[in-house]
Design a protein around this ligand. Structure first.
Ligand code: FDA
Length: 301
């Protein structure tokens, strides 16, 4: 718990971020970030596709303070959609609303999303809004609802550590949702603190969403959950086209391939870009064993 809090603290620490950025994605980050450029990201996606894995790319970006930065972030997303269309890879896009200006100007953020979704529609592609910390939950769901009035190629993510997860999910019946345990530090007022409660609610929301006939992206590295979902789907006549599994790039790569070989849709979340620091610190917080990557990074060139 101390290690988790330490890395979550670092993930939000602007001084440490500025120091780390000077080094570039070393200390293990390069094992979980698909490079800093679009070209590197597309090459990675192409290789993953060749192994039977679908992808979603995320152009990393956090701590956006100005309208210009938010507009630039949206431009990056649009270029990513163009690159996906031009290279013909099987890949969609994941975005964070704070990097598109949610904290700067809500209307600008909406306009950025409209630009991105319009381009995605033109390219016959789908955009998923990642879920950030609790302070952004209502604003995210509110904007999603507004966007869904004009677009059918957008979805978001629901975090099982939140007490209100099932209620939110039921309101989003029919929406393509990524279901996750949740990656941020949240208070006991809003979130379960015990792992078994988070895990229990995770299986619960997956089952509710599937039984509702809705599409679920089950995003986890937890093999026990994956096995349970496969079993639950078989027992309840839920076909393989109603759900997919998702994992992060660089994690449990053998298991990723095994799941794809079994005929399940397996999508890899491929982060890229220069702003990799916060993403990497949250991965270390989730699983301190990931520090192994960091140490390997220290000792390898
Ligand atoms: P968890 O970390 O609870 O591990 C459970 C068990 O699985 C472990 O005890 C171990 O046995 C096994 N295991 C896990 N990782 C392993 C590894 N690397 N190697 C071997 N065994 C391992 N969060 C968020 O708040 N908003 C978001 O939008 C997203 N988006 C997102 C997309 C995708 C594709 C993924 C995979 C995850 C996210 N997350 C996220 C992060 C998510 O909320 C969660 O924090 C992490 O996935 C960690 O939880 P897990 O369910 O993976 O297993």
């Amino acid at each position: 718990m101390i290690t988790r809090n330490f890395f979550l603290f670092l993930s939000n620490n602007k001084f440490m971020k500025s120091k780390a950025m000077k080094w570039g994605p070393k200390f293990g980050a390069k094992h979980v970030i698909a490079g800093e450029t679009m070209k590197e990201a597309m090459e990675t996606v192409q290789k993953l596709n060749e192994d039977g894995l679908l992808c979603t790319v995320d152009h990393l970006g956090e701590f956006v303070y100005t309208k210009e930065e938010a507009t630039q972030a949206a431009d990056h997303c649009i270029r990513a959609l163009e690159a996906i269309a031009n290279t013909g890879v099987n890949c969609n896009l994941s975005v964070k609303l704070t990097s598109l200006g949610l904290d700067v100007d809500r209307n600008l953020c909406r306009d950025n999303m409209v630009r991105i979704l319009t381009k995605a529609k033109e390219c016959n592609n789908f955009v998923r809004i990642d879920m950030e910390d609790y302070s952004h939950l209502d604003a995210t769901l509110d904007l999603l609802n507004e966007l869904m009035q004009s677009f059918d190629n957008v979805g978001t993510a629901i975090q099982s550590y939140l007490h209100r997860a099932e209620a939110d999910l039921r309101r989003l019946k029919g929406v393509n949702l990524r279901l996750i345990k949740g990656a941020y530090k949240e208070s006991p007022e809003v979130a379960f603190q015990k792992q078994e409660e988070v895990d229990g609610n995770y299986l619960n929301i997956i089952k509710v969403h599937l039984l509702n006939g809705s599409y679920a992206a089950v995003a986890t590295h937890d093999h026990r959950v994956i096995e349970e979902v496969k079993k639950f789907a078989k027992e309840n006549g839920i076909t393989k086209d109603q759900f997919e599994f998702q994992m992060l790039y660089g994690f449990r790569t053998e298991l990723q391939k095994e799941i794809a070989e079994q005929g399940y849709k397996m999508r890899i979340y491929v982060p890229f870009g220069e702003d990799w620091y916060g993403f990497y610190m949250r991965r270390l917080a989730e699983r301190p064993q990931n520090i192994r990557f960091a140490l390997q990074g220290l000792f390898s060139k």
